[in-house]
Design a protein around this ligand. Structure first.
Ligand SMILES: Nc1ncnc2c1ncn2[C@@H]1O[C@H](COP(=O)(O)OP(=O)(O)O)[C@@H](O)[C@H]1O
Ligand SMILES: [Mg+2]
Length: 213
């Protein structure tokens, strides 16, 4: 078996990489896929999340795996994991330099979260540029969107001019994303999760891009 690899990357810290890695991974898991998470960020938020989850209940990590890796060890780690897992999700530190390249190179798809601000959008150019040099497919996903704001509309418009592929689905600004992460959960696992619909449409869209390029 050869699993598919999604690398979540964005130079800007706090744009939602870890949030997106967690919730996309759980989205695929919900679809019945086995999922491995790899944390490349020395801050280790993804690992903290996974360990918290593992402590909650053992069945919460059924068909899941977690690993850390160094920047240069990623291709070996990913090759190993993709032998046994359908989906490998790689979370990365906030940078867009040569250290990031191996993580982009192994990706079937690079997901780039853009928290709705111009600063975030400017920061995407670095990652898009590197991904292009590695000939990788990229997908921008708007994060922390607020319906009906002028900033949101402006950023969406500016993103379109970057000639990057932009996901139709995005994640709204919701406290539940922060709350769930701290509990070792995904936002869709919270009671009355208002994020459920946006997460299932995002996962479906990413699955579609993975399947059809
Ligand atoms: N859609 C969202 N709505 C509300 N808070 C969010 C959302 N996405 C991320 N956050 C919060 O923003 C902060 C940074 O997100 P995180 O995923 O850790 O970013 P990164 O990994 O890019 O540094 C966290 O506190 C997280 O809970
Ligand atoms: Mg992070």
């Amino acid at each position: 078996m050869t699993g598919q690899v999604i690398t979540v990357a964005q130079q800007k810290g706090g744009s939602g990489k870890t949030t997106m890695a967690v919730n996309l991974g759980l989205g695929f898991h919900q679809m019945g896929k086995s999922v491995a998470f790899v944390d490349l960020d020395p801050q280790g938020s993804l690992g903290r999340w996974f360990m918290t989850r593992a402590d909650t209940a053992p069945d919460k990590i059924e068909n899941m795996e977690f690993a850390t890796s160094s920047a240069w060890g990623i291709s070996y780690e990913v090759r190993k994991l993709s032998d046994s897992y359908d989906i490998v999700i790689v979370d990365t530190p906030p940078k867009a330099d040569s250290d990031l390249r191996p993580a982009l190179r192994v990706a079937d798809l690079v997901v780039v979260p853009v928290a709705v601000s111009h600063v975030d959008l400017w920061a995407t150019e670095g990652v898009l540029d590197l991904a292009q040099r590695e000939n990788r497919d990229t997908l921008l996903v708007m994060n922390r969107t607020r319906a009906g704001t002028r900033l949101g509309a402006e950023v969406a418009q500016a993103a379109e001019q970057m000639q990057a592929r932009i996901a139709k689905s995005g994640l709204a600004n919701r406290v539940v994303y922060a709350e769930s992460l701290g509990l070792g959960l995904g936002a869709a696992e919270m009671p009355r999760g208002p994020a459920r619909d946006e997460l299932s449409s995002l996962t479906a869209e990413v699955a579609e891009v993975l399947a059809n390029g």
